[in-house]
Design a protein around this ligand. Structure first.
Ligand SMILES: CC(C)(COP(=O)(O)OP(=O)(O)OC[C@H]1O[C@@H](n2cnc3c(N)ncnc32)[C@H](O)[C@@H]1OP(=O)(O)O)[C@@H](O)C(=O)NCCC(=O)NCCS
Length: 360
């Protein structure tokens, strides 16, 4: 434990057994993370039980996770989540930190950030990056992305904090939501308007766990997310997926009670999957489902496959999770093709997410 004024920083034992000494702190930290996400996202889509977080934070070969807890006058007043990929050559650290609203502007955030910067430097990370959401309400001044598209609200606490610490805004994502199920006539009209060349591909849908005959193709598609999707000015190196990593990741999600619905396009001539999209039904009843990765391999773009797989997965969601009423997605502001697809499906922007980059 270390002290900075009244703030004590403690490393949380992320592998702690439920009910063991210290579990109350784990529960309080998890609840604070839920509340900060709800404040920033405007919904409970990121709410997790402490047991689910324990699974998400379990020790794995692909990254190292540390969670710091700030204790202020005896109570959990803030947290910092630090993730560092461990594959060869990875030098980027990722951060998410939050401070209880009544404990803000008392240097709790600064103390947590100092600790993570120190930890990242010691691990030879060269950048510390953070995606931070802000609700899009009532307009207001935007701080622009450095040399890029979009911006984040100037009055968001994260903006003042990040700028005060010398971070640079290197990418903006737009978070949009649509009511589901999507009207069948809208989906049919969009499908009819797809280019004729989209018929060289078959649609395949399935629910996690991915069938073994598709695992290698899905791992290859996920690997291409790091290189084929727009990354703005973020420091994002390769993120290799192999079949074992996919199987293990899906096993972890399943043990948290999560579900994942897939739709993919199979190129008839080669039999390979060349485009895919994922939707996670919500864990909390009132929360939106989450649109996760979508990718069309570069060499198969121009055939309407992004929309083809999204139409298929919208129908899949309606069948597999009939109680879900909203679907939420994030897209890079500069990703015009994906934003056009989402506009056509009926998504409307509700949140903006900025990537703040601190070079160490
Ligand atoms: C952003 C956040 C972590 C800041 O934590 P904090 O403990 O209040 O920050 P600090 O007290 O250490 O602030 C340090 C400096 O950052 C700047 N700052 C912090 N909050 C600010 C705000 N709301 N508006 C403008 N500047 C702000 C100021 O320069 C401040 O120094 P000062 O108080 O002497 O003027 C906190 O507001 C929060 O949890 N917000 C929601 C979660 C979030 O946005 N996380 C993103 C960070 S990854």
């Amino acid at each position: 434990m270390s002290s900075r004024g009244e703030v004590d920083l403690e490393r949380l034992d992320t592998a702690m057994e439920p009910g063991s000494p210290g579990w109350a702190d784990f529960v309080a930290t998890s609840a604070l993370i839920d509340d900060v996400y709800a404040e920033l996202e405007g919904d409970r889509g990121m709410t997790r039980t402490p047991e689910q977080r324990r699974i998400a934070w379990r020790k794995r070969d692909i990254h190292e996770i540390t969670v710091w807890m700030a204790r202020l006058r005896g109570e959990v007043g803030g947290y910092a989540f630090h993730r560092r990929p461990l594959h060869d050559g990875a030098r980027e650290s990722w951060l998410f930190l939050g401070v209880r609203p009544d404990a803000r502007r008392q240097r709790v955030g600064s103390a947590l950030l100092d600790r993570v910067v120190d930890e990242a430097r010691r691990a030879d990370s060269t950048t510390l990056q953070s995606f931070v959401m802000s609700p899009l309400v009532g307009g207001g001044e935007l701080v622009p992305v450095e040399g890029g598209n979009g911006g984040v609200p100037a009055r968001a606490p994260s903006t003042g904090f990040a700028l005060a610490r010398g971070s640079r805004l290197v990418q903006a994502l737009v978070g949009s939501t649509v009511e589901v199920p999507l009207p069948a006539d809208r989906l049919e009209a969009l499908q009819r308007a797809l280019p004729a060349s989209s018929r060289d591909y078959d649609v395949v849908t399935w629910e996690m766990p991915t069938p073994s005959e598709l695992v290698a193709d899905v791992a290859a598609l996920k690997t291409r997310m790091a290189t084929d999707a727009p990354a703005g000015g973020t420091a994002a190196g390769p993120d290799p997926w192999d079949p074992a990593r996919l199987v293990e990741a899906e096993r972890g999600l399943t043990s948290m009670g999560r579900r994942r619905l897939y739709a993919a396009a199979r190129h008839r001539a080669t039999g390979r999957l060349v485009a895919f999209t994922e939707i996670d039904p919500p864990l909390v009843d009132s929360a939106p489902a989450s649109q996760e990765f979508t990718l069309v391999l570069r060499e198969h773009r121009g055939h309407g496959l992004g929309l083809l797989v999204k139409i298929a997965n919208a129908r899949h969601l309606a069948k597999a999770s009939p109680g879900t009423t909203r679907l939420k997605t994030y897209n890079a502001d500069e990703n015009a093709p994906m934003r056009r697809i989402n506009d056509a499906l009926g998504y409307r922007p509700s949140v903006v997410s900025g990537c703040w980059r601190l070079d160490l």
